[in-house]
Design a protein around this ligand. Structure first.
Ligand code: NAP
Length: 251
C-alpha cells in the first residue's frame, strides 16, 4: 500500500461490519489503505467478509456490542493483530419497536441496549488505545431519526438522539486529548435493515434512497486526518430529507 494512500497508517475497528453500512465502510477503509477489524455478532458472515477484503489488512472479531466484556476482548484482539487503534466506527444497530404506545418494555430495552449502550461501551473500551495516538477519531452512526422526530419508531429515535447527545458530549470531553468524535446521520439507505420497509421517497429531494457506500465515503473522511478540525459535528447524509419542509414550494 502506497504511503500516499489516505489511510495507509491507520487502524480502524468497525462494529456491525458484517452487513450494510458497516461492511461498505470496512471495504472503503481498506481500499484507502487502512487495516480494519470487522466486528459483528454474525461470526460466519463477518469472517467470510473479512477474508474477501484480504487477511493482510482485514480481520474479523466476534462482538456483541451490548456486552462491555465482549468490547474489551475485541479491542484487545485488535491491538494484538494490528498494534494500534486510530479509529472506532460504531455502526452496529437494530430497528423495530413501533410507536410510543405499541413499544413493549422488552423492545425498548433491546433497541436502547444495542443502539445506545453499544456506542457507550464501545467508546469506553476503545478510549485508552485511541488516547495513545497523536490524533484519533470516533464515528458514531446515528440516523436522521437522531435529528428529527420519527413517527412510529419511538425507541429507535430515542436511541439515535442518545447517540447524537453522547457524541457531542464526548467531543467536548476528548477534543483536547486529540480524539475527535462525530456523528453521521444516514437517511434512507438500501441495506438488509431496511429491506422490508416502505419508503417515503417523495420526502427526499434527491428522489431516491442512498447506497451504503455513500455513507462510507464520509466515514473515510472522518477517520482520516483530512478531518482533523472536525469535532462534535453531526452530519446528515440523506439526499436532503432533513433540510426542511418543502410545502411552500407547492403553494
Ligand atoms: P444492517 O445491514 O442490519 O447491519 C447491522 C449489523 O449490525 C448487522 O450485521 C447486525 O448483525 C449487527 N448487529 C446487530 N446487533 C448487534 C450486536 N448486539 N452486536 C454486534 N453487532 C450487531 O443495518 P444497516 O442498515 O447497515 O445499519 C447500520 C447502522 O446504520 C445502524 O446503526 C442503523 O441504525 C444505522 N442507520 C441505517 C439506516 C438505513 O436506512 N439503512 C438509516 C439510518 C441509520 P445481525 O444481522 O446478526 O443482527
Amino acid at each position: 500500500m502506497s504511503a500516499l494512500s489516505r489511510l495507509h497508517d491507520k487502524v480502524a475497528l468497525v462494529s456491525g461490519a458484517a452487513s450494510g453500512i458497516g461492511l461498505a465502510t470496512a471495504r472503503r477503509l481498506t481500499e484507502e489503505g487502512a487495516c480494519v477489524v470487522l466486528a459483528d455478532l454474525d461470526a460466519e458472515t463477518g469472517a467470510s467478509r473479512a477474508e474477501e477484503l484480504g487477511t493482510d489488512r482485514a480481520h474479523f472479531a466476534e462482538l456483541d456490542v451490548t456486552d462491555p466484556g465482549s468490547w474489551a476482548a475485541v479491542v484487545h484482539r485488535s491491538l494484538d493483530r494490528f498494534g494500534q487503534l486510530d479509529g472506532l466506527v460504531n455502526c452496529a444497530g437494530v430497528g423495530g419497536g413501533g410507536s410510543l404506545c405499541e413499544t413493549s418494555e422488552e423492545d425498548w430495552r433491546r433497541v436502547m441496549s444495542v443502539n445506545l449502550d453499544g456506542v457507550f461501551f464501545g467508546m469506553r473500551a476503545a478510549l485508552p488505545a485511541l488516547l495513545e495516538r497523536e490524533t484519533s477519531s470516533v464515528v458514531n452512526i446515528s440516523s436522521i431519526a437522531g435529528l428529527v422526530g420519527f413517527k412510529g419508531s419511538a425507541a429507535y429515535a430515542a436511541s439515535k438522539w442518545g447517540v447524537h447527545g453522547l457524541t457531542k458530549t464526548a467531543a467536548l470531553e476528548l477534543g483536547e486529548h486529540g480524539v475527535r468524535v462525530n456523528s453521521v446521520h444516514p437517511g434512507s439507505i438500501a441495506t438488509p435493515l431496511t429491506a422490508g420497509l416502505t419508503r417515503g421517497i417523495g420526502q427526499i429531494p434527491a428522489g431516491r434512497v442512498g447506497a451504503p457506500e455513500e455513507i462510507a465515503h464520509l466515514v473515510v473522511h472522518l477517520v482520516s486526518d483530512e478531518s482533523r478540525f472536525t469535532n462534535g459535528a453531526s452530519i446528515a447524509v440523506d439526499g436532503g430529507e432533513t433540510a426542511g419542509n418543502s410545502l411552500r414550494g407547492l403553494l
